[in-house]
Design a protein around this ligand. Structure first.
Ligand code: FUB
Ligand code: ZN
Length: 629
């Protein structure tokens, strides 16, 4: 580690005032959180804490990971309350907390499935049964509740559960030498350590990370103890759980995508806390593998439904893309942590890409319908739903959206780093005093960003502004004087170390153009196709905007583009328009095979931002457009 760690500026110190993210936070607050709450009630997830299910009962049977859905909703509701008090939501939060605490067992555990459905199976199948995963989400929820309310009762209750896990797991003879089948608890324990100052929580996170993938494989041992045969083809079979080898030996992203992202996030957390560079090395290799071979243009990851995760390099099909919303969220979690340890613009570029595309497509503009899978092409049979049987994604969106503010900036003792351009007002407590930064911009539609400092006395600090990788042409002015960007670039961050004074102004002009993007030729489906990007946004075509089937459209390579801001379309978006060609499908008399290529005619093509698709009439969608050379 060649620099002191940065920390993200918490969203509680950032007020977003823009026309892009602020409305999404309002939609989450007014619709999303309520819609998910109703579903948690309707499906029995909250009633499960009554512990009144019995074999043969008509009540819904608690599922192994229902707690995680409730906990993520609770966490999101608490974050929302932190920036926007709301008595009605607060009442629901307290009600849910009461229900959860009422289900706590004398030993501290909270888990309706293991209390009423299968008490005899507790801790016997860490690989598949999710109790440690659920515990992690409960810990995160309890910390958020404590932050939002100052009331320690939920946190204290959950700490009893964390303490039980702490006693139960570890290297001791009377302890279980296992680790979670679905990672999550590890990052939650680091959070709990940071929140309480109790070092043993961090040590337990370290234990789980170090133990993972060691031989003999714990998952083999527990399978044998259950009287089952361990999976064939070990250790590769354990790639699904990222348990095929110790974390330090992992160089390729494998297995279940959400699990992988949560694990890498925890490894980055532990690396930050322990300053152990040997944990950063694998993370850098995993980043390279992911971003050079296994990530969709949208920042969606995990292309296969079979393992909800990764397959071979360049296996990135469009229509069948799994690209789970939670996986994009996990990627955002991980990359935010990487940025604190190793500030590189390309990492922030991908984090931004996932935020604006792969994650945001997961939720409707109104905030109450969700995608689980985020394909890059559709025949018109893929729609957002109010909820799912396996409903991890909706409450994950509920908890990410209120915290967008904490992805914009980092701070060091004497350093302010701007990763994202989002209109906002932020307060930093630097070593030498408080600094307010007011950011004004119409990003992502426009690339002009004005930054103004306010402080009660001049202060010396370093300001770093990300030079986005998508931008080929940028200019920067400090108090009206141009700053030669190239002389100040450090890993794609424009770095200015000076004595700043109140009223100092910066104007960053990022030229945003429509860009044609081509995939690596080994991504078979995209050969001969092009995608359109404008700034951080990936664009797509929707059937509803076109008079011909999308499969008929060919985009000539030399066609120019017009961009129009359409205030009444999809809550206000810039569309990309062009004259393309449409293959004539209508001539039924054409022979099946002929020597001349099919006739084409001009067609007006209109692309919209990918995140906004499926918010109008259901229909086809396509990101990668056949190109006509
Ligand atoms: O297993 C819990 C969650 O459900 C995972 O993170 C998702 O991929 C879904 O399988
Ligand atoms: Zn999910």
């Amino acid at each position: 580690m060649d620099q002191p760690n940065l920390i993200p500026l918490p969203f509680t110190q950032v007020t977003i005032t823009d026309a892009f993210w602020a409305p999404r936070q309002v939609a989450n607050r007014d619709h999303g959180l309520w819609a998910v709450y109703d579903q948690l009630q309707a499906t029995g997830r909250i009633a499960a804490y009554n512990l009144d299910w019995q074999p043969g009962s008509k009540k819904p049977k608690p599922h192994v990971f229902w707690d995680s859905d409730v906990a993520k909703w609770l966490e999101g509701a608490c974050y929302s309350l932190l920036s926007h008090p709301d008595a009605a939501l607060q009442e629901k939060v307290e009600y849910v907390v009461d229900r959860i605490l009422s289900a706590q067992q004398p030993d501290g555990s909270i888990n309706p499935y293991f209390t009423v459905v299968a008490p005899q199976d507790r801790w016997t199948n860490l690989r598949d049964r999710h109790e440690l995963y659920c515990a992690g989400h409960l810990i995160e929820a309890a910390i958020a509740h404590h932050q939002a309310t100052g009331d320690p009762r939920f946190l204290n209750g959950i700490r009893r559960y964390a303490d039980l896990i702490d006693r139960k797991f570890g290297p001791g003879e009377d302890q279980i030498h296992g680790y979670p089948g679905h990672e999550e608890l590890e990052l939650a324990l680091v959070k709990l350590y940071r929140h309480t100052g109790e070092k043993r929580y961090l040590e337990k996170a370290v234990y789980f990370i170090e133990e993972r993938g060691r031989e003999p494989h714990y998952f083999d041992l527990e399978a044998q103890a259950r009287g089952e045969k361990p999976p064939d083809k070990c250790p590769d079979a354990y790639e699904y759980w990222q348990a095929h080898c110790p974390v330090r030996e992992q160089t390729e992203v494998v297995g279940h995508a959400v699990r992988a992202m949560y694990m890498y996030s925890a490894v980055a957390d532990v690396a930050a806390e322990t300053q152990d560079p040997s944990l950063m090395e694998p993370l850098r290799m995993l980043w390279d593998d992911l971003t050079s071979k296994k990530m969709y243009l949208t920042g969606g990851i995990g292309s296969s439904e079979g393992n909800e995760g990764f397959t071979d390099p360049y296996d990135l099909p469009n229509k069948t893309a799994y690209a789970e919303t939670c996986a994009a969220i996990g990627l955002i979690f991980w990359l935010q942590r990487m940025l604190q340890l190793d500030l590189r613009g390309e990492v922030a570029d991908v984090m931004e890409r996932a935020l604006y595309n792969g994650m945001l497509s997961g939720i409707s503009l109104r905030g109450d319908r969700f995608f689980y899978e985020n394909p890059l092409a559709s025949d018109g049979d893929h729609y957002r739903q109010p909820f799912f049987k396996c409903s991890c994604c909706p409450p994950n969106l509920n908890r990410l959206l209120p915290t967008i503010g904490s992805y914009i900036y980092s701070q060091g003792p004497q350093e302010i780093v701007t990763h994202l351009y989002i209109q906002s007002e932020a307060t930093f407590n630097l070593e030498k005093g408080e600094v307010t930064l007011v950011q004004e911009t119409d990003y992502p539609w426009d690339g002009v960003v004005c930054l103004r400092f306010e402080m009660n006395a001049p202060r010396q600090f370093t300001l770093k502004l990300r030079h986005p990788g998508w931008c080929q042409e940028a200019r920067l002015y400090l108090n009206g004087e141009e700053v030669p960007i190239q002389l100040h670039l450090d890993h794609s961050y424009i770095t200015l170390d000076r004595l700043w004074a109140s009223g100092d102004q910066l104007r960053l002009q990022l030229v945003i153009r429509v860009t044609r993007v081509y995939a690596h030729p080994r991504v078979q489906e995209n050969l001969g196709r092009v995608a359109l990007m404008r700034g951080p946004l990936v664009y797509c075509l929707e059937g509803v905007d076109h008079p011909v089937p999308l499969s008929a459209i060919r985009l000539p390579r030399d066609t120019g583009f017009d961009c129009h801001f359409e205030p009444d379309l999809l809550d206000g978006v810039i569309t990309i328009q062009a004259t393309a060609k449409a293959v004539d499908f209508t001539d039924e008399d054409q022979p099946l095979y002929q020597r001349t290529p099919p006739r084409t005619q001009p067609v007006k093509m209109k692309a919209i931002p990918y995140y906004a698709w499926d918010n109008r009439a259901p229909g086809e969608m396509m990101v990668w457009i056949p190109e006509d050379c």
